[in-house]
Ligand binder design. Structure first.
Ligand code: ATP
Ligand code: MG
Length: 650
């Protein structure tokens, strides 16, 4: 990874923060200095943003690395911090969640409402025998009860394990078994793409394999018929009948808050364990700092699903701990029409949108005339997370969603890091399209070479974290050794994230995706991200995925799968001409070494359920192999679509 193409990173557009935002920003440049002078003192100051029942005795215990303890001896209740303290401060009537169901039904939930529901759910779970330390699986659509269920667990000290509602019965039962969960909270179904889809039948199939499950709590969402067994209980007959009085008990700062399984794109899913005090400190601080959240005026919208870490940290714990008003949407962005997201922004006057590059590229494909139909003037800040954002997608987002005025925060982090680690600060940083810029105050990220030495500016290598951080994973559930082996063994004393990165001439960070996705072409390391970004910078391209295929002469050769933008003619000769033009465009942008051997025009790309490109399957296609495991694919028909709709150019 140390050898990099010299002509990469030619991006030199820069966007300083808007004056008004800079003048009233929650966090200024002083935060970097404070954290540099006294990192632990800095995090202590952030922990004081929360309400603690018992103060901590020491900030960090790192005597047994990599097993960290933060805010040692401190006690707090997460749900108290997200709800009770806002209600006690007289903000109970403030809207916590504007919920929008896919069919168009809506609910407006205040902090007082949410507090009441969470107390009821806490009492109901206690009645079912759930006590502190027990595990509860949550398998729900994007309905408010998902947040209620998580907060109710936190309130009574039960450890939740949310499983994304699109996962199969096998995936669900594997996760329930790994955590020995006692209760599952689910729904009859949820709305996806305009129709109800059943969840309860999947739970029934999973629970049959899970002897630890004692109760299945079922929210009625769609009203569809469900089979009913002796473990099953309706939410509305239990939770909604329970007492709304519940006093939250404080738990130790290191009490397990949740387990979240990584998506398993690479191997057997890992149960990432997060605990209480450090996690809440960092997600609350980063939500306040990175999104410049003003609880009295902002309407925040994170479009992620609650089944991913982004939903945990930036729908539930970050925003609610900060007393934010937010939007929660149940369905898909194209139901009933491709402008649904922007219609929601207009309707609720959203001020901050936090979404993923995959969605931005999809919107690019659909065309800018769609967002242009809606009033997006309420927006003041945009965020991105999940994959590297290609500079042209970044520019499109800025121009067509952000009216050329909203700052964009490209936030790098992982399930394992719990909260945002690398990101611009919107009132401070002059951003560059495609760069996550700098580690946040109190975070020590670095880029190192094979030997673990920091690379100089202009160099590339492996992204590592040199110091522990408050919301770091504490272990892999039930497998300390795998935790050590996976993250702490590649480089001595450093956390290895598995991602490649570059540091540009100014010292700013550019994330390059997983190191497994780096190609070796004629002795040069070339990242798939860079070639994809070069392709997306062509006006005819909406989205691209690049893989390295074995090649007799060059070791690996670059093969690109490219989705043309909506208006582009890619049939017959026009398609061939486009392919030739794109190959030359990449060669011109990145240098002849990066010229793809082959470009295929395709209608779709294979993606994981969290919307990330699955390059592994495309490598199979590029190398003419039969496809590997496709179970984590979002849409299993897409590979057929690619095979049938493929136009190949050599
Ligand atoms: P799995 O670990 O199960 O294979 P995953 O890594 O995709 O799945 P997440 O923890 O949700 O699961 O995603 C974290 C990864 O997403 C990062 O390691 C990185 O590769 C990528 N990522 C997230 N945000 C960014 C970003 N802003 N820029 C570049 N890459 C990002
Ligand atoms: Mg990962």
């Amino acid at each position: 990874m140390s050898e990099t193409l010299e002509n990469l990173l030619q991006e030199n557009r820069q966007f300083p923060p808007p004056d008004a935002l800079a003048a009233s920003a929650n966090v200024t440049a002083a935060a970097y200095d404070e954290a540099a002078a006294d990192r632990l003192g800095f995090w202590e100051a952030q922990a004081r943003r929360l309400s603690w029942a018992t103060p901590w005795e020491s900030v960090l215990d790192w005597s047994n690395p990599p097993f960290a303890k933060w805010f040692v001896g401190g006690k707090l209740n997460v749900a108290y911090n997200c709800l009770d303290r806002h209600v006690e401060a007289g903000r109970g009537s403030k809207v916590a969640i504007h919920w929008e169901g896919e069919p168009g039904d809506t609910r407006t939930i205040t902090y007082a409402d949410l507090h009441r529901s969470v107390c009821q759910a806490a009492n109901a779970l206690t009645d079912l025998g759930v006590t502190a330390g027990d595990r509860v699986a949550i398998y729900l659509p994007m309905i408010p009860e998902a947040a209620v269920a998580m907060l109710a667990c936190a309130r009574i000290g039960a450890t939740h394990s949310v499983v994304f509602g699109g996962f199969s019965a096998d995936a669900l039962s594997g996760r329930i078994q790994d955590a020995s969960a006692k209760v599952v909270i689910t729904a009859d179904g949820g709305y996806r793409r305009g129709k109800p889809s059943g969840l309860k039948p999947i739970v029934d199939e999973a629970v049959a394999q899970c002897p630890t499950i004692q109760h299945v709590l079922v929210v009625r969402r769609t009203g569809q018929d469900v089979a009913w067994g002796d473990k099953d209980l309706w939410w509305h007959e239990t939770v909604e009948q329970a007492s709304p009085e519940h006093e939250a008990q404080p738990f130790d700062s290191e009490h397990p808050l949740f387990i979240l399984y990584t998506s398993g794109t690479t191997a057997k899913p890992k149960g990432i364990l997060h605990t209480t005090g450090g996690y809440l400190t960092q997600v609350s601080y980063t939500h306040h700092a990175v999104f410049d959240l003003k609880p009295d005026t902002d309407v925040f919208w994170c479009t992620a699903d609650i089944g991913w870490v982004t939903g945990h940290s930036y729908i539930v714990y970050g925003p609610l701990s900060n007393g934010a008003t937010q939007i929660m949407y149940e369905g898909t962005p194209d139901t009933p029409h491709k402008g649904r997201f922007w219609e929601i922004v207009e309707k609720y006057r959203a001020t901050i949108v936090y979404t993923a590059p995959t969605l931005i590229r999809t919107m690019m494909k659909w065309g800018e005339d769609i967002p242009a139909k809606f009033d997006l003037s309420s927006l003041r800040l945009l965020g991105s997370v999940g994959e590297p954002i290609n500079p042209e997608a970044w520019m499109w987002y800025r121009k067509h969603i952000g009216r050329d005025t909203c700052p964009i925060v490209d936030t790098w982090w992982q399930t394992e890091t719990g909260g945002i680690m690398i990101s611009p600060l919107p009132g401070v940083t002059a951003t560059k399209p495609g760069s996550a810029m700098t580690p946040l105050p109190g975070i020590s990220a670095d880029v190192v070479d094979d030997q673990g030495e920091s690379v100089p500016n202009g160099g590339g290598g492996y992204l590592v974290l040199r110091e522990p951080w408050p919301s770091m994973l504490r272990t892999i559930w039930g497998d300390d050794q795998r935790f050590v082996d996976t993250y702490w063994s590649r480089f001595d004393g450093m956390y290895f994230a598995g991602d490649g990165a570059k540091r540009d001439a100014d010292g700013h960070l550019w994330l390059l995706g997983r190191v497994d996705d780096v190609m070796l072409v004629s002795g040069h390391n070339i990242s798939t991200t860079e070639v994809e970004s070069a392709l997306v910078s062509h006006p005819s391209v909406a989205e691209a995925a690049v893989v390295g295929a074995t090649d007799p002469t060059t070791g690996q050769a670059i093969v690109a799968f490219t989705i043309p933008r909506g208006h582009v003619d890619s049939e017959g000769d026009a398609g061939e001409a486009l392919i030739a033009e794109l190959r030359n465009h990449v060669a011109k942008t990145l240098g002849p070494i990066a010229k793809p051997r082959q470009i295929m025009l395709v209608p779709e790309l294979p993606k994981t359920r969290s919307g990330k490109i699955m390059r592994r399957l495309l490598r199979d296609v590029a190398e003419n192999r039969s496809l590997g495991d496709v179970t984590t694919l979002q849409d299993s028909t897409v590979m057929d679509l690619i095979a049938s709709g493929m136009k190949t150019g050599k």
